[in-house]
Design a protein around this ligand. Structure first.
Ligand SMILES: [Zn+2]
Length: 192
């Protein structure tokens, strides 16, 4: 989890810092979201693509209705695309197209083609929904990956999953981006 570089254009810089400073998000009621999340969990365990789609849609549509935004289009695809850049291998867990409001979620890992874990899948679903929310509701059309963005995702994700939110401790890199200091983040949440 690392933030994007600060953009150069002035209006984008302004948008970036607005997103960075926005560290909270209004939370929906616990239900039906937690029930839908458990339905998603069962569907993933059963590796049932149709059921995964149904549960993902229930969650994403209910979230959209709660935030009073347009519902995204939802697609569940099979194997995560993989890209290699130098020594690094990147997998796409999901993505969002602001033009078509399409959220795509991949249900299988790239190499072993195993069905994603519940935590990974749900966090990707919430991540892509937060891109949608940025674009259609928060006037953040570039939906940058800022500290604020990641924190909003984490708050909403843990709320839906019914797990405690860890306060993220960020560390700044020399290029001005931030990454999570996992050691300090775990220490602060009491998981020593
Ligand atoms: Zn993203």
């Amino acid at each position: 989890m690392q933030t994007e570089k600060l953009p150069r254009a002035r209006d984008q810089k302004e948008e970036y810092s607005r997103s960075d400073e926005l560290r909270a998000v209004e939370l929906p009621p616990e239900e039906p979201f937690r029930a839908y999340a458990l339905q998603l969990k069962d569907a993933l365990v059963a590796e049932d693509r149709k059921a995964i789609l149904v549960a993902s849609r229930l969650l994403l549509y209910a979230l959209s209705d709660f935030y009073e935004v347009k519902r995204p289009v939802v697609k569940i695809l099979s194997v995560r695309p993989q890209e290699t850049s130098g020594e690094w291998i990147f997998q796409t867990f999901g993505d969002y197209d602001p033009g078509t409001l399409l959220i795509r979620l991949f249900m299988k890992t790239a190499v072993q083609k195993k069905t994603s874990s519940y935590g990974t899948f749900l966090s990707t679903l919430v991540h892509e929904f937060c891109h949608h929310l940025d674009v259609v509701s928060l006037e953040l059309p570039n939906t940058f990956h800022t500290r604020g963005f990641f924190e909003r995702v984490a708050i909403l994700y843990h709320h839906i999953q019914n797990t405690p939110v860890k306060e993220i401790v960020w560390q700044k890199f020399s290029d001005g981006t931030y990454g999570v200091n996992w050691a300090k983040t775990m220490e602060r949440s009491g998981n020593k």
